[in-house]
Design a protein around this ligand. Sequence first.
Ligand code: HEC
Length: 130
Amino acid sequence: MLKKKIEMRYLLIILLVFTLSACYYDHEEILYGSTTGQPCTDTAGIVSYAQKVVPLLQSNCYGCHSGSAPSGNQLMGTYTADKTMAQSGKLYGTINHAAGYSPMPKGGAKMGACQIATIKKWIDGGMLNN
Ligand code: HEC
């Protein structure tokens, strides 16, 4: 009877240790730099302009930078315009808040590390219209 009680105690301790240590390295934000709590899977393989880059620019940039009177005279919103901005270094410079560039999105929070990495991979991959 006594032996069984001791065994149960050990079992509980082992279980507790496992539970705690399992959680320890589970912080995806720290591991992957994601702000959504999801691993940064968007940078896997070739980054699609249409499927990955446009939605990000749409929700962060196009509101001010498309149409007939884009803010700061910086046109975005078409493949040609986005590629031109990327080639000049301004796209990555502004979203990465690099020195010498006006930080974008203007007045908003910096884009997530995973989002920035996704755009950077598209740029580094030759800015394909894919
Ligand atoms: C709320 C409106 C707004 C949003 C959203 C916005 N911008 Fe801007 N942007 C501006 C204004 C206004 C300027 C001109 C003043 C300045 O440069 O800060 C500007 C300037 C720029 C410039 C020129 C700055 C330089 O240093 O050469 C670039 C490039 C740019 N924006 C890119 C972007 C990108 C990329 C996004 C999305 C991540 C974005 N903007 C989101 C308003 C906005």
